[in-house]
Structures are given as structure tokens and as C-alpha cells.
Write a protein that binds this ligand. Structure first.
Ligand code: CA
Length: 232
């Protein structure tokens, strides 16, 4: 199988080199580098990358604006974006995720982690297409039937409230995917349930309790939100 086309939008040469070198080593040959948001946006319609690594702090058009531009264009909205961020950019990470970016990595990152994230984002974007319809979700020991609104862990049924069920289902549907509290609120709100961001934390505490030993299936992503353990 041909490896994915990757566009790296990053202005720091050291980081460009580091990423390029390591991705080549992993067999990703089809790479392009843009050192500004402007150039990135120019390259994309022609190159049509399978994945974009996007630095947030760029001269000129910043990373979030690039993200917004891509996610608001039907031609490019489906291209997965991994944001490359500094530790101090948590707020930007949240904004980016809510705009539809798929993941983020905090600098300095290990290249092993970067490659793992790329593979996981590629896997997810394929997986999601197939995952849209079925009502039954199986993740390790956890089985959820959305039609019947039943959940079991091993062979034990777990009794979940409406919101708990919705939240767990949303997270479990996309393992490894980080959801912000606001995204969780919006998802559950779709069913007329008044949930606030603070209430999400309370729901998660309740959910973890009900999952017992498997409570660690739900991971806290500090300062950002929650995700379902990818290695389930
Ligand atoms: Ca930068």
C-alpha cells in the first residue's frame, strides 16, 4: 500500500528537518514542506495531502486560521490535521479541536510519538467511515448497544444515565480522539439535555465509578478534555 501524502506546515527549519528525516525513515516519501500558512494553503489544492501537520505559531497567517480555512472548505475539510503546538497554547488547541482538527502534539515531541499519532489518525479516518452506521460498539470488554441503550462490561450490565451513555458512546466511537468539554456538551445537548462544561466533569466521575476497574478507559487530557483509551 502506498504511504500517505503528508504536508508539513512549519516555519522552524530544525523541526521541518527532524520531521522530514523521521517520516522518510518510516517510509513516508511523499512529503512537502511549507514554511508559512500562505504557502501551505497554496500547495494544498494541488498536492491534496492525506494528512497535514500544522504548526500553530506561524508568521503571517497563523495555524488556527489555516485550520479554519481548510475546515470551512468542502474540498479540504476531510483532510486530517495534527496541530503542532507549544505547551502554552492550550487555549488554541481547544479552539483547533473544536474547529475540526483531529489531534495535536506538544513540542518538543518525540518522533516516535509523532509517527504513532500519524498512523493513528490515518487509521481513525478510515475506521470512521465504516463506523458510522452500526449501533453496536465493541471496545475490549465494553459492549454498547445504542438502539437498546444497553451497556455491558465483560458479562456484567452497567446501568448508565442517558447523558452518561451518550458521553461514553461518543468517546468510545473514536478511541484516541480528544474531545473538548464543549464538544461533549454539544453532542449531548442535541438530545435536549442541559449539560454544562462543569457537568461534563461530574458525568465523567460518575462514569468512571460505574466502569470500576475499567475506569481508566476514559483518559483526562489535562487542560483540554477527555478521550477513550486507544489501546483498548
Ligand atoms: Ca512556529
Amino acid at each position: 500500500m502506498a504511504k500517505e501524502k503528508i504536508l508539513i506546515i512549519e516555519d522552524e527549519e530544525d523541526i521541518q528537518e527532524l520531521i522530514r528525516y523521521n517520516l522518510r525513515k518510516e517510509g513516508y516519501e511523499n512529503l512537502k514542506v511549507a514554511d508559512s500558512g500562505e504557502l501551505g494553503l497554496k500547495i494544498i489544492p494541488e498536492f491534496m495531502p492525506d494528512i497535514i501537520l500544522l504548526d500553530l505559531m506561524l508568521p503571517g497567517i497563523d495555524g488556527l486560521t489555516v485550520c479554519r480555512t481548510l475546515k470551512s472548505n468542502p474540498e479540504t475539510e476531510a483532510i486530517p490535521i495534527i496541530m503542532l503546538t507549544a505547551k502554552s497554547e492550550e487555549t488554541d488547541v481547544i479552539i483547533g479541536l473544536e474547529m475540526g482538527a483531529d489531534d495535536y502534539i506538544t513540542k518538543p515531541f518525540s518522533t516516535k510519538v509523532l509517527v504513532a499519532r500519524i498512523k493513528s489518525v490515518v487509521r481513525r479516518s478510515k475506521y470512521n467511515v465504516q463506523e458510522e452506521t452500526p449501533d453496536i460498539l465493541k471496545r475490549g470488554n465494553l459492549l454498547m448497544n445504542r438502539g437498546k441503550r444497553e451497556a455491558t462490561l465483560g458479562d456484567k450490565p452497567i446501568t448508565l444515565t442517558f447523558s452518561e451513555f451518550e458521553i461514553l458512546y461518543m468517546l468510545a466511537k473514536r478511541p484516541g480522539w480528544v474531545f473538548t468539554r464543549n464538544q461533549i456538551v454539544n453532542e449531548v445537548k442535541g438530545n435536549d439535555y442541559p449539560v454544562t462544561e462543569r457537568a461534563v466533569d461530574v458525568q465523567i466521575v460518575g462514569l468512571r465509578k460505574k466502569l470500576g476497574e475499567m475506569g481508566n478507559l476514559i483518559e483526562t487530557v489535562r487542560g483540554v478534555g477527555y478521550r477513550f483509551n486507544e489501546n483498548t
